[in-house]
Ligand binder design. Sequence first.
Ligand code: KG4
Ligand code: ZN
Length: 347
Amino acid sequence: MNILAIETSCDETAVAVLKTSKGSFTILGESLYSQASKHAEYGGVYPNLAKREHQENLPRIFEAAYTQAGTPALDMVVVTAGPGLEPALWQGIEFAKKIALEHGIPVYGVDHMEGHIVSGLVKKNEHTYTLNTVKFPILALLISGGHTELVLMRDWFQYELIGRTRDDAVGEAYDKVARIMGLPYPGGPEIDRAARASRERGIPNPHTLPRPMLHEPSCDFSFSGLKTAVLYKVRDHGNLSEEDRGHIAQAFEDAVRDVVGAKVRRALLETGAKTLAVGGGVSANNYIRSGLQALVDAEFPDTTLNYPDRSLSGDNAIMIGIAAALRHEHGMLKEKPLSANGSQHLA
Ligand code: KG4
Ligand code: ZN
């Protein structure tokens, strides 16, 4: 089956052409344009700018991916329907409908978070992603700019929400903390770099930060207090040197790693999940990854930890195509009126 996949939920305009068969997804063509640098001056994603940028860039991004694929006959178009920024989502949906009409093929909506979940369940080899042997139940830890959730999948696409953030998402906290320290958007990779450099310098860290809800008996998260603690620290401190920034970034990552680890531990104990799949932009972070790996190795020897390949940790169209293909394989790709739903929810 040849699938054209489109993703425009946030600030990445992405199109991929996948050739799929059972559990195997070969990328025939792919093109991704990140608007991040354009949003940087606003310090975050500016929805109307995202919409304009998607509208302007979708035709050439599609052409690039489809031409690279060798303009194959397509069987379906799939597009992110939510969650995300509605004006941005609509651009992808309208474009998907137009292509589907031109090619006389069906168009289906895909959940963006489902895309992040399946990205953690495949392995990449050259241009082909193959589904890992996964054991149910699967616990998905979704850590992105818009979401922080623990979702249980007892069987394919049967979701149960185990925990979620009560305020900011982890990625959002990374972005806000970076902004407070004068680092550019997107802040996740900036904090990642600053903290890593500081750990390598090895100077004892004078800063510690709170770990919100660490001991609360639930799998919910909260990150806004952590962000505020950084704000006060920076305000009291005055001018930050490179070393100060590194230390605060390090203290922030220590707090995030502890909280995420504690909530994952609780969720694994409560659910007995056999697979832990991490997805979303923050899953690119090595410090968070190694913390989770250490937890699983030490306490959950019967659970397998799955990460997305680097190519799938941030927003992309490949994961949307893989999610649709897997749904199709399980007879669960539903034809329903296609509309953008900014706050769409899995469970
Ligand atoms: O999944 P994603 O690309 O978009 C959303 O669906 O939100 O996630 C983007 C988020 C941003 O907040 C970004 O700062 C964060 O992922 N991020 C990181 C890293 N790379 C991206 N956070 C921590 N460490 C990273 N290396
Ligand atoms: Zn995302």
